[in-house]
Design a protein around this ligand. Structure first.
Ligand SMILES: Cc1cc2nc3c(=O)[nH]c(=O)nc-3n(C[C@H](O)[C@H](O)[C@H](O)COP(=O)(O)OP(=O)(O)OC[C@H]3O[C@@H](n4cnc5c(N)ncnc54)[C@H](O)[C@@H]3O)c2cc1C
Length: 465
């Protein structure tokens, strides 16, 4: 793909749109804008612009479309697949200044926000009103625009679903600069193809999300978490689907091994309680009636110990302890990152019944390739996070190991009915693996969709397909 290089004339034009101080050119751009949180994909933009209004974005896109300049959107940059990295240079469009909460509609139970609002600020804002936003991705400093554009999942997906399930409407600036509205405050919508749902998870390749109408619900009155240690990963993994099929459906079920706790202790610089068991489930239950939540927790505890071989069940029922244990869980990625020189990640999603077999395959692969591969996962929805650790491998060996290992993992996952990404998306890093998995007909349709939205391929080029 050939794109126009940015000239002084272009910079002048951008300064007219955004103002002098929100256009940052080449040498002044900080290195953090050249990578995302994982850091495996790296490239500087030619210019960084910070938008404060959709009209600026519309003007930028009209100009970029005319001159064939690539535009990559960036939220908080917490992605893990290089999706917000401008691999063809061009313009990096930072939306973090567009961070207004526009309207809380208590009758329709919707919250209208700009894309740069952080998800932690959304939780705090709605909780004060006794309301609740369901999706719960691990990194709370992500923007809502980023989580919409990656269809982020998270811990509570078992009960509350993923970001797509909570988006009622979008405002989008197209590659042409036109502004369109998709969906709205309506609960149901059978009005033609759902372009809204196509935009969600499209990683900034189809349009730029400038306003989001989120669905809210009322705040659950009670939330309790349980920590259940097991003697083996196999027993822990088998317990989750059994709880679900026995009608004690948790809000979240996270799975991890002892090593994740030990990495966390090093990361946090403190000892964690209950840290000496081989495998764990961390569950949470919530609801609108205290007695129902208590009954579910009692039933889950009994079943875990009496029927599914949990060694014990520790009840975490104060807000302080609940926050503490879930923040340890949220920090696993950072803790593993700190345990080595470099990591790369596989975010496969599998049918729940295949997880044990798949993780045995991962353990064998770790021995075969002589590389450390820690993992943990959102067990309730079959989404695993598997990390290859570089440790002291030289660059050549590391690249060979990654390539061989990832190909094997994704092939194995596909043979079990799994898919390349459960929640982190495809971005740049997982493109080849997605291509391997799709039929040519699917790729053709996806390419035609991209062409229809973005005929000059200026929106986040080189990503997803
Ligand atoms: C510690 C940690 C834990 C995490 N846990 C989870 C988890 O549990 N679940 C999960 O799903 N993810 C998780 N993530 C990944 C990451 O937080 C999500 O992918 C998040 O959605 C990215 O949001 P962001 O604002 O950082 O977006 P960025 O990383 O800046 O961008 C992500 C993509 O969205 C596009 N984009 C951003 N804003 C817009 C917009 N307004 N319009 C169009 N395109 C846009 C970008 O171009 C890019 O393609 C985790 C990451 C970390 C570091």
């Amino acid at each position: 793909m050939k794109y126009k290089k940015i000239t002084n004339e272009d910079l002048l034009y951008f300064k007219n749109i955004f103002g002098e101080e929100r256009v940052i050119s080449e040498n002044e751009i900080k290195s953090e804008y050249a990578h995302d949180e994982l850091g495996t994909v790296f490239n500087y933009p030619e210019v960084l612009v910070k938008a404060t209004h959709k009209k600026e974005i519309s003007a930028l896109m009209k100009y970029a479309n005319l001159h064939k300049i690539p535009v990559t959107v960036r939220g908080s940059g917490t992605g893990l697949v290089g999706a917000c990295v401008p691999i063809y240079g061009g313009v990096l469009l930072d939306l973090t200044l567009m961070n207004k909460i526009i309207e809380l509609d208590k009758t329709n139970l919707t919250l209208t926000v700009e894309p740069g609002v952080l998800i932690m600020d959304i939780y705090e804002y709605v909780l004060k009103e006794d309301l609740f936003y369901g999706p719960d991705p691990g990194e709370k400093s992500a923007t809502i625009g980023g989580t919409v554009s990656t269809n982020a999942g998270g811990m509570r997906a078992v009960k509350y679903g993923v970001t797509r399930d909570w988006v009622r409407g979008l405002e989008v600036v197209l590659a042409s600069g036109e502004i369109i509205k998709l969906g709205g405050k309506v609960v149901k919508n059978a009005s033609g193809y759902s372009l809204k749902d196509l935009l969600i998870g499209s990683e900034g390749t189809l349009g730029i999300v400038t306003e989001i109408i989120l669905k809210l619900t009322v705040k659950p009155v009670k939330m309790i978490s349980l920590l259940a240690p097991f003697n083996s990963k196999e027993e822990a993994i088998l317990a989750a689907p059994k709880l679900i099929s026995n009608h004690v459906i948790p809000t979240a079920v996270e799975f991890f091994l002892n090593d994740s706790l030990l990495y966390s202790e090093r990361y946090l610089g403190k000892k964690l309680p209950h840290n000496n068991y081989p495998a764990y489930l961390l569950l949470s239950y919530d609801g609108y009636h205290e007695e129902v939540v208590d009954k579910d927790v009692r039933k889950a505890s009994e079943m875990l110990i009496n029927e599914f071989n949990a060694i014990d069940v520790f009840l975490i029922d104060t807000e302080e302890r609940r926050k503490a244990i879930w923040s340890v869980r949220d920090g696993f990625l950072e803790a593993i990152k700190l345990s080595t020189t470099l990591i790369d990640e596989c975010d496969v999603v599998l049918p729940r019944a295949k997880i044990n077999e798949f993780l045995t395959y991962v353990d064998n692969l770790s021995s075969e390739l002589k590389v450390r591969i820690p993992y943990f996962g959102h067990l309730g929805d079959g989404n695993l996070h598997i990390y290859f650790c570089k440790d002291d491998l030289d660059e050549k060996k590391w690249q060979e190991t990654l390539k061989r290992g990832f190909l094997k993992l994704y092939d194995k996952a596909a043979s079990f009915g799994g898919l390349v990404s459960g929640e982190h998306g495809i971005g740049f890093a997982k493109k080849e693996y997605l291509k391997n998995q799709l039929k040519s007909e699917q790729l053709t349709i996806m390419r035609a969709i991209k062409k229809a939205f973005d005929p000059h391929e200026i929106l986040n080029p080189g990503k997803v397909i």
